[in-house]
Ligand binder design. Structure first.
Ligand SMILES: Cc1cc2nc3c(=O)[nH]c(=O)nc-3n(C[C@H](O)[C@H](O)[C@H](O)COP(=O)(O)O)c2cc1C
Length: 196
């Protein structure tokens, strides 16, 4: 591996930004490539606990309906139509969605490790998308715990959806770069003798 490619990785990490609305065609092969990149995430005991469900084209409309129906179940009937319409449109914010889920292992330690490994897999998707010039956003919200949505996607109810990755070729909104804290997040323990 050359030094330059290491620099490219850091550049990708630093310049990736959430772009919540996008348009433009993302070819199936490209999506498959992003998912392949996801699967290289570190994963204790190589349990490969993740699943990637791609929702594109008209299937986004179906997903929107399924979700919106559940979202309005308990709302005031007077507000129902407006909320339904708003929720049903959400999956249309980008041409393709990669819904990343993780199965829930019976062993809680494994389940925790699988969850964190799957978060790393999501980040791989975001970085790979950015490296290829695509727009992407990691979104969650109540949709991720919807039983109707899980059924629609063919997931088990015990699976956890950890990300809805919105993906597009052309950004429809400007990404917003917000500052990060660094110094206050680091504690250096590098002395031979530590005081308590
Ligand atoms: C677990 C998780 C859930 C997120 N859910 C949402 C969401 O529902 N809606 C949204 O707009 N952004 C969501 N984000 C994106 C963050 O808001 C975003 O990463 C943050 O504002 C920093 O912006 P950046 O990604 O451009 O650096 C989520 C990110 C993570 C890691």
């Amino acid at each position: 591996m050359s030094h330059d490619s290491v620099m490219d990785t850091l550049e990708a990490i630093r310049t990736r930004r959430t772009v919540g609305k996008s348009t433009g065609d993302v070819p199936r092969e490209t999506i498959a490539e992003l998912i392949e990149a996801a699967t290289w995430a570190p994963n204790h005991k190589l349990t490969q606990p993740w699943k990637f469900t791609v929702v594109a084209g008209a299937a986004r409309e179906r997903l929107g309906e399924v979700w919106a129906r559940e979202a309005v179940a308990d709302v005031d009937p007077a507000k129902r139509d407006a909320i339904f319409e708003g929720e049903a449109k959400k999956p249309l914010r980008s041409p393709a969605l990669i819904i990343v889920s993780v199965r829930t292992d019976a062993n809680p330690v494994t389940a925790e490790e699988d969850l964190t490994a799957t978060a790393a897999a999501v980040q791989n998707i975001l970085l790979a998308a950015h490296a290829k010039g695509l727009s992407a956003a990691w979104k969650t919200g109540k949709i991720v715990s919807s039983a109707a949505v899980k059924r629609f996607l063919g997931l088990d109810l015990s699976d956890r959806i950890i990300a809805v990755v919105y993906l597009g070729a052309i950004a429809k909104e400007e990404p917003m770069a917000r500052g990060r804290k660094v110094a206050t997040t680091i504690k250096w323990l590098d002395e031979a003798v530590l005081t308590v």
